[in-house]
Design a protein around this ligand. Sequence first.
Ligand code: PEP
Ligand code: MN
Length: 366
Amino acid sequence: MVILLEPDRPDHAAIVKAVRSAAARFAGVKVKPYEFSGTTHAFTEVHLVGRTETVPAADFEAIPGVLRVVRVSSKYRIIGRHGEKDSPVGFDANGVRFDDFHLTVIAGLCAVDTRRNVDAMFSALAKEGLTAARMGAYKPRTSPYDFQGLGAKCLPTVFELAGKRGIRLVAMEVTDIRQIDEVHAALKKAGGPTQVLFQVGTRNAQNFELLKALGKQKAPVLFKRGMGITLEESLNACEYIASEGNPNIVFCLRGVKSHLGDPHRNLVDFAHVPVVRRQTRMPVCVDPSHSVGSMRASPDGIPDVFHATAQGVISGASSVLVDFHPNPKEALCDGPQALTLDRLRPFLDYVGAVRRTYEELVRIVS
Ligand code: PEP
Ligand code: MN
């Protein structure tokens, strides 16, 4: 059972208290409040968990400040939409928006290598007014002999340069709980010049201990769909994060493992964008780089990575995670799929055009 409070109530703590005391009359019912910081409004929900079948909704509807009571049959208690079309979607992450109204591009290196490349990347983004970047310090690799990422030792450089170039959010994959603390410690030591968007890679989509640990963080999470599991299993994984207290999750499609996708690295699954948007309140991202895995272009000159991006954005994805590199030959991971910096402006123009078309399509169809 979900009790939705009226948004932006300064007295929300008092309302939660009233809900708690009303719930105390029912045995076997636990109370879990959640705060959602939407882009334009702040929302509070109180979830009643346990034996709620016989709990009357009217008792809670009568509490001043309660907007509505919803009986939840869905297994996605927190991330789910519960049948409402107009649920608030998204959040603000240190000034970077993830919601239905903005298109956010998170571009950068697959893996951190040199200080020079990190700075060239951030400078290029700053020049285009972008404030979100991707930078992998911990790389989960298929072979133990491949480059594993520079790890904690590159974090001071990444955070210092991000701060200098006005990058407000750095998407950073963590593969182990200990790395969460390393990232926090490095951010603190650097004086908090930026913030992180913790990334769960596709290979860790069902690493439940990692998911639960990320659920206890204040920092938002970008969750990559598991490449070899069902969509439902991936959504349940996100519910793990949310159920621990962190509802600020971006759901990222990145293709699925199947030889039917050859010669692309993965089979592009961006037709699932509307499915995730319908079933959940998570903003949806697409990663065309790890889906396509190369810089090959069609005869029209447009790289497959651009085409795949368009498929995601035209379907309603509101963010794009994409690999760029100042010199892909120097890249220590995924160089062949990295766009060069001279492509950044054309990429942004292209994405902007697709987004405007999507908005026009929404007007036409609605
Ligand atoms: C990445 O984004 O760097 C990455 C490793 O992606 P994925 O987990 O989707 O393979
Ligand atoms: Mn990569």
